[in-house]
Design a protein around this ligand. Structure first.
Ligand SMILES: O=C(O)CCC(=O)C(=O)O
Ligand SMILES: [Fe+2]
Length: 374
């Protein structure tokens, strides 16, 4: 059944996290979350300062321009190609989404983790591991600020997963089977800069249309620029401009597969700041992952939903216009393998060095002219 036009969204709902923390208002929050999960796939979340310190966010925002202003040679010292965990610096403009160059520069930095991979283990155990940070002397305090930020946002994510479970008619721990013990989990963040294109530039693609992979993405829009857009049922692009004091949350393909399509992974993209803007756009997404060896479609992980929730999904319809196609491998592959395949496609130079067999599979003709592809 096609998407019902009257259900089509034209703006992104704003939810107040503090409502979820009081027994008097929690039911209202859960109702709003259910709507966002089933019918939009995106939401703004305000009043999270009980979990993520407001001053810490301000400190992080202040570091971002300094981070990108580090000398190129210092950024290159921690480039992603050094890391079998795909963590580190990616230079500007070498990235492709759906065949077009993305115009962004980024540092992939994750929560603390020691790789569990040992000889004979599947390669994908190695997709998680330690981060690379720039020299502390060049940007004193950044490492501490970023680590604390990632820890706090990851813990917001862990609580939010229990609210998602409740909104889908499950007990609060209804999604816990998809997680390992906390010491065996890693959540990945990025600090991203979208520069202002020059006048002759042919494209305004900051990052092209895509889905996110895991259960949940928690995004800080760290500068006042618009640019983030979300695709609705009829294929129109809806603006999701920064709202001070909020995060943007969206749901990934793993959650969509694990919930039999009840939760929506929604296609999104970022437009570069308009030519002539005075500063680049900054953002910090955190991708809240599930355990590496979970196959979301394995009967062992199958979830039973109440009929009224399934009815809401069926009423919405499963078809929608989308420009995104990525991460359909969740149908059959373990989560870690899906993550690794996504990384290999996005960062062939890293893959060539650390995963030569997989690299050959995806790039039989060697490195593409441009560096990356979703
Ligand atoms: O920069 C943003 O606002 C969103 C980035 C994004 O969607 C991603 O990196 O997956
Ligand atoms: Fe995304």
């Amino acid at each position: 059944m096609p998407a019902i036009p009257e259900d089509n969204f034209s703006s992104i709902p704003l939810l107040d996290y503090s409502l979820a923390l009081s027994s008097c208002t929690k039911a209202e929050f859960i109702r709003e979350l259910r709507h966002a999960l089933i019918s939009v796939g995106f939401l703004y979340l305000s009043n999270t300062d009980t979990v993520v310190d407001h001053q810490l966010i301000e400190n992080l925002k202040n570091y971002i321009p300094k981070l990108f202003a580090l000398p190129q040679k210092e950024k290159d010292k921690i480039r992603m190609a050094n890391s079998p965990h795909f963590l580190g610096y990616s230079k500007l403009g070498a990235e492709l989404t759906k065949g077009k160059t993305d115009y962004r520069e980024q540092f992939d930095i994750a929560t603390d983790h020691v790789s569990r991979w040992k000889h004979g283990d599947p390669d994908y155990f190695n997709v998680w591991g330690p981060s690379q940070y720039p020299d502390e002397a060049l940007i004193p305090g950044f490492r501490y600020t970023m680590k604390t930020y990632l820890t706090q946002v990851a813990s917001l994510g862990t609580h939010f997963i229990t609210l998602i479970a409740e909104a889908l008619g499950l007990p609060p721990d209804g999604l816990s089977r998809f997680y390992d013990t906390p010491d065996r989990m890693q959540h990945r963040g990025k600090v991203v800069q979208y520069p202002v294109p020059n006048e002759r530039s042919e494209s305004d693609q900051g990052v092209g249309p895509h889905y996110d992979a895991g259960f949940l993405t928690i995004l800080l829009q760290a500068s006042p620029h618009p640019g983030l857009q979300v695709q609705n049922f009829t294929g129109d692009w809806i603006d999701a401009p920064p709202i001070p004091g909020t995060f943007v949350l969206n749901f990934g393909r793993a959650l969509e597969f694990a919930t039999k399509g009840i939760a929506r992974a929604t296609s999104h993209r970022v437009l570069s700041p308009p030519v002539g803007s005075s500063s680049p756009r900054h953002s910090v997404p955190l991708f809240h992952n599930i355990a590496l060896d979970v196959r979301v479609r394995d009967p062992k992980y199958e979830l039973e939903f109440p009929p009224e929730i399934l009815k809401l999904r069926d009423g919405r319809g499963n078809l929608s216009q989308t420009d995104s196609i990525n991460y359909s491998e969740f149908e059959s592959q373990p989560s870690g393998m899906v993550q690794l395949m996504g990384r290999v496609k996005s960062h062939p130079d890293v893959a060539q060095q650390h995963y030569p067999v997989l690299f050959k599979q995806f790039y039989p003709d060697g490195l593409p002219k441009q560096g990356f592809a979703y």
